[in-house]
Design a protein around this ligand. Sequence first.
Ligand code: GLN
Length: 508
Amino acid sequence: MEARGLKITNIKLDPYINVDPGTMSPFQHGEVFVTDDGAETDLDLGHYERFTSSTLKSVDNFTTGQVYDAVIQKERRGDYLGKTVQVIPHITDEIKRRIKLAAEGYDIAIVEIGGTVGDIESLPFLEAIRQFSFDMGKENVLYIHLTLVPYIKSAGELKTKPTQHSVQKLREIGIQPQIILCRSERPLNAELKDKIALFCNVEKDAVINAVDVETIYRVPLEFHRQGLDERIVEYLNIWTREPQMDRWEELVRKINNRNKAINIAVVGKYVSLTESYKSLNEALVHGGIANDTHVNLKFVNSTDLQEEQGDISKYFEDIHGVLVPGGFGVRGTEGKILAIKYARENGIPLFGICLGMQLAVVEFARHVCNMENANSTEFDADTPWPVIDLLPGQISIERKGGTMRLGAYKCVLTPNTRAMEAYKSNVISERHRHRYEFNNKYEETLVEHGLVVSGKNPETSLVEIVELKDHPWFLGCQFHPEFKSKPMNPHPLFREFIRASLAYSNKT
Ligand code: GLN
């Protein structure tokens, strides 16, 4: 839709009861994405930002928890004037109000409802969008149903039954989808598409196959090839120019022409699920695209590292760069510190993000500045060298949800540093999500021993970026640069990290 010149926004509705995913385990929910305005949101907002030019806001993601919270507060204020407060119309009205608010000012709002048709918890959301076309006029609302068409290996067959059933379920509650997007491992042939069209009561060319492709960034081209955008503008009765897909074609060409390859070790504890570090993985791919390089990720479990007695070099054979991402809780932190030490001593490019930066500071304090048992007070409240600590404002906070340093903050860069070299700008803005901070009390000592402070918040003087001079590329940042990386505009720090790792791989 953007390639056709339309102004779009994306909204994600999550039917679970948590107010936001900020308090959920990455194992359960995947990554928590952070917006500029400081909302902790579903990771899908990250996909939306990577695929479009939008910068999403807190209104663009809401949950059952938020909806009920708002309705209950109104009820307690007496705003319902003695009425019985019910799912229909009060909850559904609140859902519709929020969609309208977030959609205001755009040509098209693409609203995704999480979960699966048939879930008890998503019923109020489906009822709300059913009413939506009633309220707004049929020509202004389009229903797209996303369905899985499983491939049964032993039978060598794609099955359309689940699709028939979920569409039936939707029709039971009064929603007739107009377009059906079929996710599948293998391509659907014309016969299967026709079958789905007939059974699900949609036009033949409105059955679109979302088939697995070699890169996720081919998806817009694939949808366009099947005419999805044509159907959408036709059903919504919108006139647009021809879509300009050349940027996407160019991107896919670049991706397919990468002629180098490097291996990056990602040292974390949520290693089994790529969804836990979604934006990070994508940002690394983007950094690779900028350097014509395939970036192979090797997940190293930090708890394994820590249990290893002595030599850890076997984990880093064939590794050209080490990335230590963000995280919470003490488990695995000593393993991450070992990885950082290894990278620092062996001249392997190191990129520390948020917790990764904090632990890089701890490692430097312990092993270069002789601050024995230096730590973050998150992990050792009694450390003699609290090089990472809570700010006074965080100490009294007891509620966990939404109380970290969240969202975009400015950072002023120091000239002649790797950070400045990467960004080519004096002032940057990046997104944060953490409670603990670099302790400025130790800045002088750390700097005397060779730590470079290359970025600071202009208002609070909080240290946002540190690096090392006598190292090929060693940089830690307190913010999460991965949230702002886009395939067509790779983040400068990821671009430079991959460039340095590539240079390291050429040497070894
Ligand atoms: N646990 C650390 C803090 O709260 C780091 C958080 C993170 O990496 N996102 O400050």
